[in-house]
Design a protein around this ligand. Structure first.
Ligand code: SF4
Length: 428
């Protein structure tokens, strides 16, 4: 989905826009500079003066006039102070009150039922899962997939597996490192299948990267939870390989997994997670779940929900199933109603949020090596707030005196407390 974000008013409104942009991208959507091709428009309105109120209303009318097809969400001070009036303006689909601003993305996607599946499976997920920047880069190591999960269009769109030679991957990583990149995320359509066509495997590739490059941080992109060779988790003894895995589970019900033609059932998934948690300190497990897959009964949904809760995840990408032409699942009977998908999606969002908070709480008090990013904001007290990520991919922030440059540095910090959208850190 293409999303166009607009703001009126203060710097705070602008900063919120930046956070929403990141959150929408994390949920698998793209930010568009153009209003014309947007499917969703979010306006952060203002009411600081009468003129600002007038401009907010004018902008709402103009957005609707220029792109009447797009859904329109309005937040900010005008929408909060004049909620009833704003909700009645032509074209407005949803008002998000200022007190719910930190949940704007989640609320928008679930209330407007927009959290549908991405066009392809794992690959675009990478881009949405991890923020890019001048300090982090993606390196694609393979394409294609030899499996046939019934909801996935990848095999139709991308064909058979093709792996890049290890030497080409090493060259690229070394080049990126020379250019100042400090963290590389290796990705593929079916990353776990790396090497199947060149007589190698993912373990060998990672080992080669660790041995033949000096890139400080190596992260793995989304990885189907099968085909991991023996000794895979041993690799994480090297702290340069970051302790975070995004393993798409898709459903916690074996019957649904069978209909999806997934190669990893719940028992194997649990075993894998137990091994990872035993071997890797502070390991963060994140996943993708599709709700409302065709024929998902109440009992299957409950099984899935219970399994997800039992396992615990640091983050879940939740997709409401939407049929894709050319896939087997699109032809299955018993498609689930939008209403039910919405209800299950909401239930899972709540669970995901509480599991995320639990994971954050477990990490409070830890010390971590943080890669600080370019994204920063000025605070009222004159200090600058920098944002960064821990090795296990928790978003953190710290406050430093104006003029202190942290961008692209890896510095140790202690995780103090959770705030809205990040964990406050004290630099050591
Ligand atoms: S393993 Fe399944 S979901 Fe993943 S790319 Fe292959 S067919 Fe698609």
């Amino acid at each position: 989905m293409q999303i166009h974000l607009k703001t009126l008013g203060c710097r705070l409104n602008e900063a919120e826009l930046e956070t929403w942009a990141q959150d929408f991208q994390a949920a698998g959507h793209s930010i568009s500079r153009e209003l014309d091709n947007a499917n969703l428009v979010v306006l952060n309105s203002c009411a600081v003066t009468e003129d600002a109120v007038r401009k907010s209303k004018q902008l709402i009318r103009r957005i609707h006039r220029d792109n009447p097809q797009a859904k329109l969400v309005v937040s900010g001070c005008y929408a909060t102070l004049n909620e009833t009036e704003a909700a009645q303006l032509l074209g407005v689909d949803l008002i998000i009150n200022n007190k719910d601003k930190n949940r704007l993305v989640e609320k928008t996607l679930s209330e407007l039922n927009l959290d549908s599946m991405p066009a392809l499976s794992t690959e675009p997920g990478e881009v949405s899962l991890f923020s890019r920047g001048r300090q982090r880069a993606f390196v694609k190591v393979q394409d294609g997939c030899r499996y046939r999960c019934t909801f996935c269009i990848v095999t139709v769109a991308r064909g058979e597996e093709q792996s890049r030679p290890v030497s080409a991957v090493l060259d690229e990583i070394n080049r990126l490192h020379e250019q100042g990149i400090n963290e590389v995320i290796i990705t593929g359509v079916h990353l776990g299948g790396y090497g199947s066509d060149i007589n190698s495997n993912l373990l060998e590739l990672i080992q080669a990267i660790l041995d033949n490059t000096t890139i400080p941080r190596l992260r793995l992109g989304s990885l189907e939870p099968w085909e991991l060779s023996d000794g895979f988790f041993e690799l994480f003894k090297n702290p340069r390989l970051l302790p975070h895995l995004h393993l798409p589970l898709q459903s916690g019900s074996d019957a649904v997994l069978r209909r999806m033609a997934r190669r990893c059932k719940t028992e194997e998934f649990s075993q894998l997670v137990m091994q990872a948690r035993a071997a890797i300190p502070n390991f963060n497990l994140t996943t993708d779940i599709i709700v409302g897959f065709p024929g998902e009964t109440e009992q299957e949904w409950q099984e899935s929900y219970d399994f997800i809760r039992k396992l615990g995840f640091g983050h879940i990408h939740i997709f409401s199933y939407s049929p894709r032409e050319g896939t087997k699942a699109a032809e299955l009977s018993q498609q689930i109603s939008q209403e039910l998908k919405k209800q299950r999606s909401r239930q899972l969002h709540e669970l995901a949020e509480s599991m995320k908070q639990n994971f954050i709480a477990e990490n409070i008090g830890n010390t971590a090596e943080i890669l600080w990013e370019g994204h920063s904001e000025m605070l009222n007290n004159g200090n600058t707030r920098y944002f960064g990520y821990t090795p296990n991919y928790l978003r953190v922030a710290c406050e430093v005196a104006q003029g202190t440059a942290l961008e692209n540095r890896i510095l140790s910090g202690r995780l103090l407390r959770a705030q809205l959208g990040f964990i406050q850190v004290d630099l050591e």
